[in-house]
Write a new protein. Structure first.
Length: 319
């Protein structure tokens, strides 16, 4: 039997041991090379794009020779105003991509020896950054669309006579949300959370390119898409796959997201569900890449992502 990719040596090209053995200076060099790949790590001013800058080595900052603006390798990125060392940031990214089902903030805080709130904000900054990779993306060819409900657990009463049917709308929690996933076969996964699955129809129409084939289950709200796309429908009460029609890839994504929430995070607030859904989609889309390639990919995204408006000073605002 063929060996699973994640069990092979090709999947392991980066380790925490190697990161900490190389030290902070090497981690800083890696950041510079990924921030300015066209110049092999030589700084470019983020304000005027001048390629000549003086190095203020005692502070690891640069001064532009043209406009005299001072900047660092993380200036203007989601890591701006960082306090962790570069080797710790690189280790955090390694831990983040190594966790196939996500890593909890508590686990990150213990592995990095930082406060829980530091790890919590850092992980959400990484999730915010990776979500920017698909901001303008539209899916085409054959696209699967489906929804699954998360959060808002309602605990049953002790006595059997007092128990209710939690599937009914009137007995659901206000915190319960549905994640609608649209997944291109051999392509990317896009997600967004809503109060009801029917609300995701507009999202699917917005993010699926014209001329695509849309595979969906037999729920009636997906009927609206038939006016814009060629539809493939599957009734899951009869079969999971029939004559090539299925939503198995979307279901595979939901399986990963469920294991991520139940096994790692345990409880996810409705306001943060989109971030966890995007994280699971990113892991699912790049599951056949080595951890070193994933770390490089995420670092490039992070160093292009702008300063976070949500997570900059999050705890100071007591949000």
């Amino acid at each position: 039997m063929a060996q699973h990719f994640l069990l092979s040596a090709q999947a392991r090209t980066l380790s925490l041991k190697a990161i900490y053995q190389a030290g902070d200076d090497e981690a800083y060099t890696v950041f510079c090379k990924l921030r300015w790949p066209d110049t092999d790590g030589r700084p470019q001013c983020p304000r005027c794009a001048c390629g000549k800058a003086y190095c203020l080595s005692t502070r690891r900052r640069f001064k532009c020779a043209a406009c005299h603006h001072q900047f660092s390798v993380t200036s203007g990125t989601i890591f701006a105003c960082r306090k962790l060392s570069f080797v710790d940031l690189l280790a955090a990214i390694c831990l983040f991509v190594n966790a196939a089902k996500g890593a909890s903030a508590l686990q990150l805080s213990r592995d990095l020896d930082v406060q829980y709130k530091t790890a919590f904000v850092l992980a959400h900054k990484l999730r915010e950054a990776l979500a920017t990779e698909t901001t303008e993306l539209k899916l085409n060819n054959t696209v699967e669309v489906d929804g699954a409900y998360f959060g808002g657990h309602v605990r049953q009463a002790n006595l059997k006579a007092d128990r209710v049917d939690r599937r009914l709308i009137q007995h659901r929690s206000e915190a319960r949300r549905v994640v609608v996933a649209i997944r291109e076969r051999s392509g990317r996964t896009l997600t967004r959370s809503f109060r009801s699955e029917a609300d995701g129809v507009a999202f699917a129409r917005e993010r699926i390119a014209g001329g695509s084939v849309v595979a969906a289950d037999d729920l009636r709200h997906w009927d609206v898409l038939a006016s814009s796309f060629t539809m493939e429908r599957i009734d899951h009460s009869e079969a999971y796959s029939l004559d090539g029609a299925h939503t198995n890839l979307a279901e595979s994504y939901f399986a990963r997201l469920r294991r991520m929430i139940r096994g790692q995070h345990h409880r996810v607030e409705a306001t943060k569900l989109d971030a966890y859904a995007a994280h699971a989609g990113w892991l699912e889309d790049h599951r056949r890449q080595s951890n070193g390639a994933l770390a490089d990919r995420l670092m490039r995204i992070v160093l292009k992502a702008p300063v976070s408006g949500t997570w900059s000073g999050y705890w100071q605002r007591a949000a």
